[in-house]
Design a protein around this ligand. Structure first.
Ligand SMILES: [Zn+2]
Length: 100
């Protein structure tokens, strides 16, 4: 799912995977304030602006190295299946995440 949204803060159009009202740049400023953005701020801004889906955000927090692959996978179509990053299978069926 891709939507062209307009940021209510800076009036700039941007592409979002949700119906967002704030672009990544403005969201990042919102979360980071006047300090240097931290990793959590980037994640929150990506999520709020719709640059990332909820699943992508979760994966980013779990494994930063997988981000590029995830973005490639989500570039063309919305996939509503959870892929387990531990075994690579459908996480509905595996039990990897049950083992903390
Ligand atoms: Zn903006």
């Amino acid at each position: 799912m891709r939507n062209v949204c307009t940021c209510e803060t800076c009036q700039t159009p941007f592409v979002s995977q949700k119906h967002s009202t704030i672009c990544f740049d403005c969201a990042l400023k919102h979360f980071a304030g006047n300090t240097d953005p931290e990793e959590g701020d980037f994640n929150s801004a990506l999520l709020l602006s719709g640059k990332m889906t909820d699943n992508e955000a979760r994966w980013l927090q779990e494994d930063l190295k997988s981000v590029e692959q995830v973005q490639d996978d989500f570039a063309e179509e919305e996939i509503d299946m959870d892929i387990c990053e531990i075994c690579g299978g459908d996480s509905l069926w595996c039990h990897c995440e049950d083992q903390d």
